[in-house]
Design a protein around this ligand. Sequence first.
Ligand code: FE
Length: 129
Amino acid sequence: MSDKTDQEWLDSLSAEQYRVMRQHGTEHPFSGKYADCKINGTYVCAGCGEALFSSDSKFDSGTGWPSYYQAINNSAVEETTDHSLGMTRTEVHCKKCGSHLGHVFPDGPQPTGLRYCINSVSLELKEKD
Ligand code: FE
């Protein structure tokens, strides 16, 4: 988990990033810069820079949030059960720094059938050269 104190997160993130990433918030659909992004590259954690998702597994979910059918590898993200808002969902966070990323749902495309529904503000795209 993160080595940063809460104050250090407050100081290093935007207010919206802090609300989403450190307080398990959700950005408004279609508000994020990566929802419709088709650029090739690697999406890294906005909190710590760890590689999390590849553009190769991004798909157009129509939800207004960037969506991927898998993480970039088996150790990039961790999942926990989230009972907030009266729903049972699977929460996804960066394994390295613990920042909240979004949720994963079992209604994605093949080959995994999963939909990682991720907040744009939790990500930063490193474009391929
Ligand atoms: Fe991180």
